[in-house]
Design a protein around this ligand. Structure first.
Ligand code: IPD
Ligand code: CA
Ligand code: CA
Ligand code: CA
Length: 284
């Protein structure tokens, strides 16, 4: 899992894979189950008994084997205080999960002192897993023994770039749909691969830019380290590194500034900051 001379997160990464194995058992048993219980959250998005059971299971194991660590999870919020924080999205792509679309995953990350040091993305219905720890590259495979290295693309011009997004609604709500459409028009193609899938395709070099205007820490933490270790860049839409800003722009690195020049004035709270926006005309 790790290479020589690397940062040593071997035990934590191994644990993250065990947590993902347990999550896979739950999600696979519940996917397309006739008695899947779907509830509505206050924001009217769906959550299922599988989302809740996965987070509960991960928390139970962590409280046993990493009792001093803090946990941030989508369904139960933040618990504990520690420099070490496990960040969990029990099912990313719940809307796919409830409709029987196989593109969903459990996202598990560990942040130490506000740096995401490892991440695992497990999509059992796709028979795929991706993982990374700082300094050891990003990897993907059906099993840990048959892993291949993830590397971002070498595409350098927007005209040749594949752009992926998850939902247009967020851009619209923030009155930034025009900016997104302008970028989309400059790119070679635009597809809504959605959720974690956009970012894992980016890490594999199949997509060159992925952007979303409204995300939480648990949506992004695991994706951040995998994209970075694959050679890409992961920032907020204001260009700040890391998954801390409430939105995401990921790219192969070469295209980051060009994409930022279209989308890059969306502040943390979605408001336009005072700095003047650079228009598409400034992209060379
Ligand atoms: C959703 C995904 C999606 C984003 C939504 C999230 P969930 O997560 O991350 O890409 O556009 O805002 O809620 O609810 O399926 O874990
Ligand atoms: Ca959700
Ligand atoms: Ca999510
Ligand atoms: Ca979720």
């Amino acid at each position: 899992i790790t290479g020589p001379g690397s940062h040593d997160h071997t035990d934590d990464l191994r644990l993250a894979h065990v947590l993902a194995d347990d999550a896979d058992s739950i999600t696979q048993a519940r996917f397309k189950s006739l008695d899947l219980h779907v509830m509505s959250k206050p924001d009217l998005t769906p959550v299922t008994d599988a989302d809740k059971a996965v987070e509960e299971g991960i928390r139970r194991t962590l409280s046993r084997v990493r009792s001093r660590d803090a946990v941030v999870g989508e369904e139960q919020g933040s618990t504990g205080h520690s420099q070490r924080r496990w960040i969990v999205d029990p099912i990313d792509g719940t809307k796919n999960f409830v409709r029987g679309v196989p593109v969903w995953a459990t996202l598990i990350a560990l942040a130490v002192d506000d740096e995401v040091v490892l991440g695992v993305v497990s999509a059992p219905q796709l028979q795929r897993r991706w993982w990374a720890s700082v300094g050891n590259g990003a990897w993907t495979g059906r099993s840990l023994l048959k892993a291949t290295k993830c590397e971002v693309s070498d595409v350098r011009r927007l005209e040749d770039a594949s752009l992926s997004y998850s939902s247009l609604g967020g851009w619209d709500e923030r009155d930034r749909l025009d900016d997104f459409v302008s970028l989309s028009r400059r790119c070679w193609r635009t597809r809504a691969y959605g959720d974690f899938w956009s970012y894992m395709l980016l890490a594999e070099g199949a997509v060159d830019i992925a952007a979303e205007p409204e995300l939480e820490l648990y949506d992004m933490a695991a994706l951040d380290v995998i994209v970075r270790e694959a050679g890409g860049r992961f920032t907020s839409l204001d260009g700040t590194d890391g998954p801390w800003g409430g939105n995401a722009l990921a790219s192969n690195g070469h295209l980051h500034d060009a994409a930022l020049s279209f989308l890059g004035s969306l502040g943390d709270d979605g408001s336009d900051p005072d700095v003047p926006r650079r228009g598409p005309g400034s992209v060379s």
